[in-house]
Unconditional design. Structure first.
Length: 151
């Protein structure tokens, strides 16, 4: 799995003009699922995301996590994170998981995050055209890949 994480003061996702998920301060997390992803990738991310120390403490240092701040996660499926531009200018999505597999793994990641955070995790709608809005805080943007943990 590959995720792009943005620290936000607020974020929302709408489908067909209706807001289907929104958060206040927290993390906007875009998730791409690779065909090779497994339960191990889900558990690693479900442990890593809530523990990320990307929120500022009283000394303005990034030392606090979602657990410390009470922040939320807004989870958005984004298969284009596995788009490759190695050959030309049109992206290839060969490494992205097929829709059925991706939807299943995203559902399990969503459940694991709700368990880890002990609260609901708003999310977009898999496969839908989504309008995602965010007020970036910082900005702070990070990329994590479960297959390349040093990425």
């Amino acid at each position: 799995m590959r995720v792009v994480i943005q620290r936000v003061s607020e974020a929302s996702v709408a489908v067909e003009g209706q807001i289907v998920g929104a958060i206040g301060p927290g993390l906007l997390v875009f998730v791409g699922v690779e065909a090779a992803d497994t339960d191990e990738d889900i558990q690693w991310l479900a442990n890593k995301l809530p523990a990320l120390r990307v929120f500022e403490d009283a000394d303005e240092r990034m030392n606090l996590s979602l657990a410390d701040t009470g922040g939320q996660i807004l989870l958005i499926s984004q298969f284009t994170l596995f788009g490759s531009l190695r050959k030309g200018t049109r992206p290839s999505f060969n490494r992205a998981a097929p829709p059925e597999q991706a939807k299943d793994l995203l559902t399990r990641l969503h459940e694991a995050l709700e368990t880890a955070l002990s609260k609901p995790v708003p999310q977009g709608i898999f496969g839908a055209m989504m309008d995602v809005r965010a007020a970036n805080d910082g900005p702070v943007t990070l990329i994590i890949d479960t297959k390349q943990k040093d990425f």
